[in-house]
Ligand binder design. Structure first.
Ligand SMILES: NC(=O)c1ccc[n+]([C@@H]2O[C@H](COP(=O)([O-])OP(=O)(O)OC[C@H]3O[C@@H](n4cnc5c(N)ncnc54)[C@H](OP(=O)(O)O)[C@@H]3O)[C@@H](O)[C@H]2O)c1
Length: 321
């Protein structure tokens, strides 16, 4: 088969590589589509090696058709159309996946469109709902509202009955409002802490989904409501920082920080089950839809990464082998 290989940090080659074979508990999927994630950009640059046992090629999600079923797998068959959460290897013609990371194609979506969902659905579900326990009537602040994660988080927040505030460059605001954002903040010109407080009558956000990390620690605490929860999933603003713990304690706030890729396989299977039970019906009903900026050939993966690094996209960039 062919896959995107990284022979030197920063560069991609669409190269011939050995076909995957399914290990115990795995299936092999012939890839119809994969999607670009920020983690793939870091992997290409040499900053984010795949976890042990994962395929060496980038790609954290895909959709496609099962072509082989490994020992010990029950409930799946050759020819089944699926999408999957991957630890790597989506930028390829075929990929081996633990069966617990498979999801059916949601009702009403094409096989290709379904590739836009597994990574964002699992990340947002596990951090915003499973960890931060967003509840109906609360306010969710989503940083990076225009990205793949952000466009999904806005829709999920609304579906759960929350008020949603999103930060993004202004050119993206109209689309984020269409997705349900109650307030959009241009973080390049407006202080999101003040805007969030004003919009919530001084209370602040109950849950903050953060992709910036160190640079926003103090500001996120300042924008947080009493008993609020900050869920950090990215470090686009650095990994080491200082913040006023006293301010967090006064609010009885909490901060979580979690990455999906490095989680043990049974943990991922649990998250995938939660997504299947709670999120897939919302997708099937059209309440949440995949937001796809554009679709590109897998051989153009380097160009797709340049687009992601420019942040000029809204939602997901799909890659087709
Ligand atoms: N922990 C996990 O398990 C996990 C899983 C998946 C993703 N992530 C992380 O989540 C983040 C988003 O991923 P993604 O795939 O959605 O990437 P993406 O599509 O590139 O979205 C990132 C967005 O951030 C915006 N942005 C940049 N600086 C910002 C700032 N200071 N304030 C608000 N927005 C800002 C960019 O748009 P504008 O600047 O144009 O508004 C862009 O839309 C990444 O850091 C990624 O590593 C973590």
């Amino acid at each position: 088969m062919h896959a995107i290989t990284i022979e030197q940090p920063g560069s991609f080659t669409w190269a011939e590589v050995p076909d995957p074979t399914p290990a115990e508990g795995e299936v092999v999927v012939e890839v119809t589509a994969s999607a670009v994630n920020r983690a793939d950009v870091m992997q290409r640059q040499g900053h984010y090696p795949p976890p042990p046992g994962a395929p060496p090629y980038p790609g954290l999600e895909c959709s496609g058709v099962i072509t082989a079923v490994g020992p010990g797998v029950t409930g799946h068959h050759v020819g089944e159309r699926v999408c999957a959460l991957l630890a790597g290897g989506g930028y390829a013609e075929q990929v081996a996946v633990p069966a617990g990371q498979l999801l059916p194609i949601p009702q009403g979506l094409s096989l290709q469109e379904a590739a836009a969902l597994p990574e964002v659905a699992c990340t947002v579900w596990s951090n915003v709902v499973d960890i931060a326990r967003l509840r109906q009537g609360e306010t969710l602040l989503v940083h990076g509202g225009g990205g793949g994660i952000g466009t999904f988080a806005i829709q999920l927040g609304k579906a759960l009955g929350a008020t949603v505030i999103a930060t993004a460059r202004e050119s993206k605001h109209a689309q984020l409002k269409d997705l349900g954002a109650d307030l959009t903040i241009d973080y390049t010109s407006t202080d999101f802490v003040e805007a969030t407080r004003d919009f919530t009558d001084g209370r602040g956000a109950n849950v903050i989904l953060d992709i910036i990390g160190a640079r926003y620690l103090d500001k996120n605490v300042a924008a947080l409501a009493p008993d609020g929860r900050i869920a950090i999933i990215g470090m686009q603003g650095g990994r080491r920082g200082e913040f006023d713990l006293g301010a967090l304690m006064t609010k009885r706030g909490s901060i979580s920080a979690a990455t999906l890729r490095a989680r043990p396989i049974p943990d991922k299977a649990r998250i995938v089950r939660g997504v299947h039970e709670r999120i897939w019906p919302l997708v099937g009903a059209g309440t949440i839809r995949p937001i796809i900026d554009r679709t590109m050939a897998m051989s153009e993966a380097a160009e797709a990464h340049r687009l992601m690094e420019s942040s000029d996209h809204i939602g997901k960039i799909l890659l087709l082998p």
